[in-house]
Design a protein around this ligand. Structure first.
Ligand code: CUA
Length: 425
């Protein structure tokens, strides 16, 4: 290659490299690992930077030396043979000791950080059980008797200790901004803990290939104030607003029999959510028409936690159909849904295979965090989940869907079910 040709390629190549480097700096990166928001994150971040800068220094020195030698001692007229240094004891000791010192410089802080982050969590930590499923996340708060899915609420300033297990294959629990990533391993409980230090909404991911929909195994994390967390937990401990009246009314002819596990604060067992009736009465704990007191306010959701997965083009739903929550509630009690899903307050719905749906209406996403939780997506999901998410273990229920095995729900029936599920705030 001539010198001219080399120069012709060098300039654009350097410009491209510079542009690529700069493009990484400008905008806010919602899923970066460099914005540590927990003490775990700060430890890892400090270590990473220290190693990166040390490595960079070594790189620049060595490459600089290399380039200098290549240029200075290149083959040209009048070159003498290079000085032979084989067996030079001073040099041998030198280039053994220097890397040893560099390795110690890397090893000491690394081992220190490993011990720090592998230590047992403090006893007062919030306990969270994380259970991986193909392809969604189950979260349990054993101290409060709350089970939820794909959405995690954590109080700022309190250490959260996660016990990680899996129902099937390997998964990996990862919230980049809060840092720390740990595998969920079959027949073994892994632990990880950290203390979120700021209120925000984050994305969580599965970071271990776990099958067809590995990339669709996501979750949302809301770090909230301790007071908001208490409100959230109190609300999650109640029966879902939509479930209490319908369960009681349908079972006992609207006599308002108190549901078994309803907490003392709830007055929900009053009116069934029948067609045209006013919306179910909110529990006094939360103003359910404004779920902001119990869950992260949807109006304040940052755009990066709102999923933008396109729905399959060949999957359609009759837009003119309007669902009826009361009809949906009546159907739900004996629908195949109950074989896999639990709704606290509906005695027949005690399935453990799929996500607990007690407060599904209060969640911001469905289907392992890949679709927004609204009527449209919920309807499409019930109609044909495998089409919405590759490999979904939830079967399709649309009457005329290709390959429908039970396949017995019309769009109207699905809309009723979706309306009911949405009412489970
Ligand atoms: Cu679960 Cu990848």
């Amino acid at each position: 290659m001539t010198r001219d040709l080399r120069m012709r390629w060098l300039t654009p190549a350097l410009a491209l490299l510079l542009a690529l480097s700069l493009s990484a700096c400008g905008s806010f990166a919602p899923n970066t690992i460099f914005g540590a928001h927990s003490e775990f994150g700060h430890s890892v971040d400090t270590l990473t930077r220290r190693l990166l800068y040390a490595g960079l220094t070594v790189f620049v020195l060595i490459e600089g030396l290399l380039i200098y030698i290549l240029v200075k001692f290149r083959d040209h007229e009048g070159n003498r043979e290079a000085k032979q240094i084989h067996g030079n004891t001073t040099l041998e000791i030198g280039w053994t000791l220097v890397p040893a010192v560099i390795l110690a410089f890397i090893a000491v802080p690394t081992i220190k950080t490993i011990f720090e982050t592998q230590a047992k969590a403090i006893p007062s930590a919030l306990q969270v059980e994380v259970i991986g499923h193909q392809w969604w996340w189950e979260f349990r708060y054993p101290q409060y008797g709350v089970t939820t899915a794909n959405e995690l609420y954590l109080p700022v300033g309190r250490t959260a200790n996660f016990a990680l297990t899996t129902k099937d294959v390997l998964h990996s629990f990862w919230i980049p901004q809060l840092n720390g990533k740990r595998d969920l391993i079959s027949n073994h409980t892994n632990y990880i803990w950290f203390t979120p230090d700021s209120t925000f909404a984050w994305n969580g991911f599965c970071a271990e290939y776990c099958g067809t929909s590995h990339a669709n195994m996501r979750f949302k994390v809301f770090t909230v104030t301790p007071a908001e967390f208490d409100a959230y937990i109190k609300h999650q401990q109640t029966l879902a607003v939509g479930s209490a009246p319908t369960a009681a009314a349908a079972d006992s002819g609207k006599t308002g029999a108190a549901p078994v596990t309803q907490v003392a604060t709830s007055t929900a067992a009053t009116t069934p959510a029948s067609a045209g009736a006013k919306p179910p009465v909110a529990t006094p704990v939360m103003n359910v028409s404004d779920t902001s007191t119990a869950t992260y306010p949807r109006s304040k959701l940052p755009e990066w936690v709102i999923p933008k997965t396109p729905t399959p083009a060949n999957l359609t739903f009759d837009e003119s159909v309007v669902g009826d929550a009361a009809r949906g509630a009546a159907m739900f009690k004996t629908a195949p849904c109950i074989a896999c899903h639990t709704v606290k307050g509906v005695p027949t719905a005690a399935g453990m295979i799929g996500p607990n749906l007690t407060h599904v209406g209060s969640r911001t996403t469905i289907a392992g965090g890949i679709y927004p939780n609204d009527l449209k997506h919920l309807e499409l999901w019930i109609k044909n989940a495998p089409e919405m998410k590759a490999g979904s273990l939830m079967p399709l229920f649309g009457k005329n869907e290709k390959g429908a095995t039970p396949g017995f729900y019309t769009d109207q029936q699905i809309a009723d079910l979706a309306a009911y599920l949405s009412s489970l705030k």
